[in-house]
Design a protein around this ligand. Structure first.
Ligand code: NAD
Ligand code: ZN
Length: 357
């Protein structure tokens, strides 16, 4: 038995107002007069957070467009622009949801690794450490702040750059930054965390390490989305820690059916991660009966609409494309269904599931 020796985030600071420490935290990582580059989610254009960024010297704020989920082309262009403008940079600080954080991770790696980010979509293909990178979530749930991947849509696949060089060197967890997230978005991204927990806890890769984090994250999700009558500051504090613990849980296990199927949707239709997982989870009673029942309760209690019928008008070629992307996620299926997964999740079975969405 070979146990995974996984790389974690180097430094973590947590607390309301922790963002104010960013200047001091990144100072020792400045290399001469090479700038720190702040990838700020475009939601914050003109918002107070933009003026709180600790700019020094040639530092620059780059507003990242997260209308669509990160693409390899976008990552390559951002890295090329930075190389053209500055040659080298001291570091990249991603501030935003999973999309802005993933862009920061990927561009950090592409500042030092040759070729295109598409060359590194897979497991352990990245060989050179990136530049110093910091993640600052402003939306909780994905676990992108702790994970060893950055999820990218490329020319032929939607797949992360999974590697020991991918985790952030530093994360700044400041729940105050999440205070204005709209309720729908908060729910979709929050459910990403809930689904990570269910997939991890119900998976075949589970061990006590994953279970300890997964159970804690699930408990927090339940407090927030099942028990509480309304959203408060404590909910933001709790969801930020749930996201962290959910991410730690899958670090030693994997996600499962909802993610494997939702990757196909997002590759073909551009469906965003959080809502895509919700659309799929709605139909997974066969795999996660208790989780799906509770999920449906949370949807109703929080008065959220989950789209249905999104695959109604697709052609067989399109279904095939989604099935190819989904079945390519081998570790996810193996975690969900065991070593024999290929005989359980046949193309026909997956076609039928996509048909229901
Ligand atoms: P997101 O980053 O795509 O953001 C969703 C929306 O919320 C955007 O419009 C954004 O501008 C807005 N937003 C962000 N912060 C806000 C704030 N404080 N107030 C108001 N609006 C705000 O959403 P997400 O669900 O956090 O991330 C999804 C992305 O994360 C996907 O690209 C997915 O592939 C990726 N992901 C990565 C990992 C990983 O381990 N690397 C894990 C899960 C998901
Ligand atoms: Zn996810």
């Amino acid at each position: 038995m070979q146990f995974r020796n996984f790389k974690m985030v180097d430094y973590v600071v947590y607390g309301r107002g922790a963002f104010n420490q960013l200047d001091e935290i990144i100072a020792p990582h400045r290399k001469g007069d090479f700038p720190m580059i702040f990838f700020l989610d475009h939601y914050f254009i003109g918002k107070p957070l933009a003026s709180r960024i600790p700019l020094r010297g040639k530092d620059k704020i780059v507003y990242v467009d997260v209308t669509h989920e990160p693409k390899t082309k976008q990552v390559d262009a951002l890295a090329a622009d930075l190389k053209a403008e500055f040659g080298e940079v001291s570091g990249i600080i991603g501030i935003g949801g999973g999309s802005a954080m993933d862009l920061a991770k990927a561009v950090s790696l592409m500042m030092t690794n040759p070729g295109s980010s598409a060359d590194y979509q897979g497991w352990d293909l990245v060989k050179v450490p990136g530049v110093y990178k910091v993640g600052v979530p402003t939306l909780s749930g994905t676990g992108a702040e702790v994970s060893r991947t950055t999820v990218l849509t490329g020319p032929v696949r939607k797949l992360g750059m999974n590697s020991d060089h991918t985790p952030f060197n530093q994360i700044v967890l400041d729940p105050e930054l999440c205070k204005n997230v709209p309720a729908n978005q908060r729910f979709y991204t929050g459910m990403d965390c809930y689904i990570h927990c269910i997939e991890s806890l119900e998976g075949t890769f589970l061990n006590e390490f994953s279970k300890s984090y997964g159970e804690k994250a699930l408990e927090l999700c339940r407090k927030i989305f099942v028990e509480k009558e309304s959203w408060d500051e404590e909910s933001d504090d709790q969801l930020m820690m749930a996201s962290y613990a959910g991410g730690m849980s899958i670090a030693y296990s994997q996600v499962g059916v909802a993610h494997a199927v939702s990757y196909g949707l997002s590759y073909l239709l551009g469906t965003k991660h959080g809502i895509g997982n919700c659309i799929v989870m709605n139909h997974l009673e066969e795999y996660y009966p208790a989780g799906v029942k509770e999920f449906k309760f949370m949807v109703e209690k929080n008065k959220i609409e989950i789209p249905i019928g999104i695959c109604a008008d697709l052609t067989e070629e399109q279904f095939d494309a989604m099935i190819d992307v989904s079945l390519g996620m081998k570790p996810l299926w193996e975690n969900a269904l065991g070593k024999d997964w290929e005989s359980i999740m046949t193309r026909e079975k997956l076609r039928a599931l996509y048909g229901k969405l």
